[in-house]
Design a protein around this ligand. Structure first.
Ligand SMILES: *Cc1c(COP(=O)(O)O)cnc(C)c1O
Length: 415
């Protein structure tokens, strides 16, 4: 008899052999830069595989060489992280931005076009708009409310429809929780093949992953994470990840080897700790978020709550939400009555929820996107995406739900 264990059952053991580490039940931190070869022949064999001079033999594992190329903490972490998205492989990076910029550099060439969704994370937006044009990559932008026909029109208008290298989307979008249909993006990518090349689809799944959404199953080629958020989950590290099939991951890992932006052994070890509680943390965060969202939606100082659990069941957005996500998540935004003054009074009055950017952590965090995370965006574009002076974003943690509601209630009363 055998049982196919679920990812949460494997987060404590998968990919680690205690007998290789004195029987220690937990993987030690392999705080080492280089690894001793048993013989010169072994060193040669390891390098041949690492540099692609020959294919790996069946069952041959890439031998340990040097911690920029591989390290046991990274390998165990990457094997475990792959399970959630059912990806062939994962590459872990020193930040979400370094994961994202590596993907953009690897899958776009001079002369090509990247189509991306707005709003998108500020750092990603900056990299696409300010850096990519310097290496000859043009961009086009679409919005969550655009239909497939409208998006195709945007592509055609660029005059580069046969040069579409990558469709990059963030769904649900930060901070508005608007969602984009990944299957629709797949259809568009297949329609505008990039000459003989594929047009790849990449999803930033930071807001919902890896527990609540599986973009690879929905048709994406690549998934990226800021692992600083839910995956790390304790506000004590910065990291990122890219997941995909074996072929694309070889490309990502090769570029990572030469950029040298892999995560450190110590951070990888902290993330292994985090993965053990990933699912129960996220479940508790979502349970709390649903209670908080329900409290906010009836409050007379709140104009509107942007939360996946409150999407109108008769809207087209609802159908995409149901197909793409198995949970409403733990990120809530809401429009407060009274603009920046009211928003700031609310934020300054919180006693339990911390006033800080970032998200997905054990402690609840609140911030004001217009003047904080999204202050660098063009004001007109920002209004358009709903990031107004009224908008407050809250990331819900694992505290007691009644305590959270008490805190939010007293802070709203102070407004
Ligand atoms: C935080 C974040 C990033 C950037 O990740 P870092 O780990 O801060 O580099 C990218 N995308 C989203 C959606 C994020 O929330």
């Amino acid at each position: 008899m055998s049982q196919e264990f679920k990812p949460e059952s494997l987060m404590m053991s998968h990919g680690y052999k205690p007998e290789l580490s004195e029987g220690a039940i937990k993987a030690p931190i392999f705080q080492t830069s280089t690894f001793v070869f048993k013989s010169a022949e072994e060193g040669k064999a390891f390098f041949e595989v690492a540099y692609g001079l020959r294919e790996k033999e069946q069952d041959e594992e890439l031998g340990l060489i040097y911690s920029r190329i591989n390290n046991p903490n990274l390998e165990i972490l990457e094997n475990r992280l792959s399970l959630w998205d059912k990806a062939d492989d994962t590459a872990v990076f020193e930040s979400g931005m370094s994961a994202i910029s590596t993907v953009l550099l690897e899958f776009l060439k001079p002369g090509e076009l990247v189509l991306y969704s707005s709003p998108t994370y500020g750092g990603t937006d900056h990299f696409i708009q300010e850096f990519l044009p310097k290496i000859g990559v043009e961009y086009a932008v679409f919005h969550p409310e655009n239909t497939q026909e409208e998006i195709e029109e945007i592509i055609e208008k660029t005059g580069k429809k046969d040069k579409l290298g990558l469709i990059y989307i963030e769904t649900p979008a930060n901070p508005t929780n608007t969602i984009i249909d990944i299957e629709m993006c797949r259809r568009i990518a297949d329609k505008y093949r990039n000459g003989d090349d594929n047009t790849y689809v990449c999803v930033d799944n930071t807001y919902m992953g890896p527990v609540w959404s599986k973009p690879l199953e929905a048709g994406a080629d690549l998934v990226v994470y800021s692992a600083t958020k839910f995956i790390g989950g304790h506000s004590d590290l910065i990291a990122g990840a890219v997941l995909s099939n074996a072929e694309l991951m070889t490309r990502v890992k090769t570029l990572r080897t030469f950029l040298g932006n892999m995560v450190s052994p110590h951070t990888a070890w902290l993330m292994l700790r985090s993965l053990e509680t990933l699912k129960i943390r996220m479940e508790k965060q979502c349970e709390n978020a649903q209670k908080v969202a329900n409290f906010l939606k009836d409050h007379d100082k709140v104009k509107k709550v942007h939360y996946l659990g409150l999407i109108d069941e008769n809207s087209t957005e609802y159908a995409v939400y149901k197909k793409q996500y198995n949970s409403p998540g733990a990120m809530i935004s809401f429009d407060i009555k009274g603009g920046e003054k009211a928003a700031f009074k609310f934020l300054n009055s919180l006693k339990l929820v911390k006033l800080a950017v970032s998200l997905g952590s054990t402690e609840s965090l609140a911030q004001h996107p217009q003047t904080m995370t999204h202050c660098g965006i063009d004001p007109e574009a920002r209004e358009r995406m709903g990031v107004t002076e009224d908008l407050v974003r809250v990331s819900i943690g694992v505290e007691d739900a009644d305590d959270l509601i008490w805190d939010i209630k007293q802070a709203l009363a102070a407004v």
